[in-house]
Ligand binder design. Structure first.
Ligand SMILES: Nc1ncnc2c1ncn2[C@@H]1O[C@H](COP(=O)(O)OP(=O)(O)OP(=O)(O)O)[C@@H](O)[C@H]1O
Length: 273
């Protein structure tokens, strides 16, 4: 179980932002069936920050895609706020951030952020969300609204993609190695920004990474997956960090946390086929 109030016995099923129950995805490859992952169960409360980590090919991206209704599960079930993921997607409660920022090169920063509102037949949400202008400020790009993507650094482009993902005021933000292509200092800064944004919103975040320091820094919970086929090896509940329990990267406790995580990961990699 992942989330900030996991001791609360009064939780109702609909309070789970994400409930993956004994799920799996198989792909057809020729006349063979390839199991991307199997028997995966994972629950996240609204407002949780869950990190998925594990060896290449263990099914992390496929699991995110199943939660986002980008592909169906072939075993088990996925529920987002108590309903099928398709319903959450139709209601625009889910946003996705990919490793590549995938901005439209001819549109300015602000117009890229506005895009989901313009193309989605958007009619507005019941609860107030931030405006595109506010989101550009939230991700630290105030003053760069008119810039084109090629005028931005890789880190700035990813900031735009995060603002674009937040413009529909999603309840669930799925992030697939969003900072994987960035240098370490830029990645650290964006990790700081992401935690700040998470604290300032109610968004539930599921974040895929290959970096164990990034996992330990960001995750309230870290779900370690193993391969051959993909499955959950261990879920580590780190301490709840909302609203203001900041992590100091130089704190010995943080080193201890990353060492513990490394030990679990080494087991996961050792079990990879
Ligand atoms: N569309 C697809 N068709 C067939 N097989 C696929 C497809 N997508 C993924 N797979 C397979 O499913 C398995 C899991 O892939 P997935 O991309 O989810 O792993 P991952 O853990 O995200 O890997 P990485 O860390 O390298 O991104 C792999 O064996 C992959 O080859």
């Amino acid at each position: 179980m992942c989330g900030r109030d996991w001791a609360d016995p009064m939780l109702q099923p609909t309070q789970w932002a994400i409930d993956v129950a004994d799920a799996g995805v198989a792909f057809a490859r020729g006349d063979q069936e390839i199991l991307a992952f199997t028997g995966v169960s994972l629950k996240a409360l609204a407002g949780a920050f869950v990190v998925l980590i594990g060896p290449s090919g263990c099914g992390k991206s496929t699991l995110l895609r199943a939660i986002a209704d980008l592909l169906p599960c072939t075993e088990g079930e996925v529920a987002v706020f108590g309903s099928e993921p398709a319903r959450a997607r139709e209601q625009r409660r889910i946003s996705f951030v990919f490793q590549d920022a995938t901005l439209l090169p001819w549109r300015s920063v602000i117009d890229n952020v506005r895009l989901p509102l313009q193309v989605g037949g958007w009619t507005g949400r019941q609860r107030p969300g931030r405006t595109p202008e506010e989101l550009v400020e939230l991700v630290g790009l105030k003053g760069r609204e008119a810039a084109l993507p090629h005028e931005l650094s890789g880190g700035q482009r990813q900031r735009v993609s995060i603002a674009r993902a937040l413009v529909t005021n999603p309840d669930v933000l799925l992030m697939d190695e969003p900072f994987g292509a960035l240098d370490e200092i830029t990645r650290d800064r964006l990790n700081d920004e992401l935690l700040r944004i998470w604290r300032e919103t109610d968004t539930t975040i599921v974040f895929v990474t290959h970096s164990l320091t990034e996992a330990a820094f960001l995750g309230q919970s870290v779900v370690v997956m193993g391969a051959g086929p993909g499955r959950i090896i261990e879920t580590i509940d780190l301490k709840p960090r909302k609203p203001d329990n900041r992590i100091d990267r130089n704190d010995p406790a943080f080193f201890a946390m990353t060492s513990d995580l490394r030990a679990v990961l080494e087991r996961a990699y050792g079990s990879a086929a």
